[in-house]
Design a protein. Structure first.
Ligand SMILES: C[S@@+](CC[C@H](N)C(=O)[O-])C[C@H]1O[C@@H](n2cnc3c(N)ncnc32)[C@H](O)[C@@H]1O
Length: 270
């Protein structure tokens, strides 16, 4: 079963609440944003070595899909020559406000990953965490990343990994327990993970997506979602989750299924 989703479906979803807003942002003041960052890097510690914010000093960096702006703030603090876009007004407003409170600079505006408004060969680094799989034409967005990178530049992109424990959980909840075991993982991610039409990729599909880059490194990480060690996201609450939290075999997953995490970290060189 396949369903078509539009970019408006995606922006409507993220305009209701930016990523993490309802769970991790109590106040949009300095303390509120500080606390949001603390929670974020505690839950997702692998962001720090992957993004390597300090290395961005004096580099031209584009972040696609800034969301609440925690990573954007880190790039600004590191001294990057910074540009950021997001599909939604809400995320741009949050990130502008967040940086202003800290006296930090970035060229921020609404924009679409699939149609970047920047000339070819502009940026040293293009960074995008958990964004491109939400856009209806992800391959087009990846080609745009390649286009705006300078030769020798690097793209650091996180997209979702298909064979993940989160995928297993969603499939049990929305396919097996509803007596619809024929529903595909692609359909389940598109319907039930986050914004309508969200996609997840196998390693080989990700290699294909980034095949026009010169050199590509891909690794997956187990997330707090795969291990059920946190709130499960703004769409997921209820009895099934409470039960799953009690019986989830975390040590088994950590030991035997460590390659089945939801996040796929891709470093691609132009
Ligand atoms: C899951 S959030 C991630 C936000 C942030 N990077 C983070 O890690 O918290 C996804 C973000 O991608 C943005 N987004 C989705 N499609 C986009 C597109 N085509 N162009 C730019 N931003 C997009 C959404 O508006 C949303 O803010």
């Amino acid at each position: 079963m396949s369903v078509e989703y539009t970019k408006k479906d995606v922006s409507d979803f993220w305009n209701e609440a930016s990523c993490g807003e309802s769970l991790y942002l109590e106040h949009s003041n300095k303390e509120g944003f500080e606390s949001h960052s603390q929670i974020r890097y505690k839950l997702e510690p692998y962001i720090l070595p992957f993004a390597d914010f300090e290395k961005a000093k004096n580099k031209k960096v584009l972040e696609i899909g800034v969301g609440l702006g925690a990573d954007h703030q880190k790039f600004a603090e590191a001294g990057a020559e910074l540009t950021g876009i997001d599909l939604t007004e809400r995320a741009v407003a949050y990130t502008k406000h967040r940086l202003k409170l800290q006296g930090l600079q970035s060229n921020l505006g609404q924009g679409d990953a699939e149609n970047l408004s920047f000339p070819n060969n502009t940026f040293d680094v293009v960074y995008s965490w958990g964004v491109l799989h939400h856009s209806p034409d992800t391959p087009k967005a990846v080609l745009e990343v390649l286009r705006v990178l300078k030769p020798g530049g690097v793209a650091k992109v996180m997209i979702y990994h298909k064979y993940s424990m989160v995928g297993v959980m969603l499939w049990i909840r929305y396919a097996l327990l509803k007596f619809k075991p024929f529903l595909s993982l692609n359909y389940i991610y598109a319907q039930y993970l986050e914004s309508p039409g969200t996609k997840a990729y196998t390693i080989n599909e990700a290699k294909e997506l980034f095949s026009k880059f010169k050199k590509v490194n891909i690794k997956t990480v187990l997330t707090h979602g795969d291990l059920l060690t946190s709130h499960a996201g703004q769409k997921h609450q209820g009895l099934f989750l409470s039960l799953a939290r009690l019986i989830w075999p975390r040590w088994f997953i950590r030991y035997f299924l460590k390659d089945n995490g939801l996040f796929m970290l891709i470093e691609a060189h132009k």
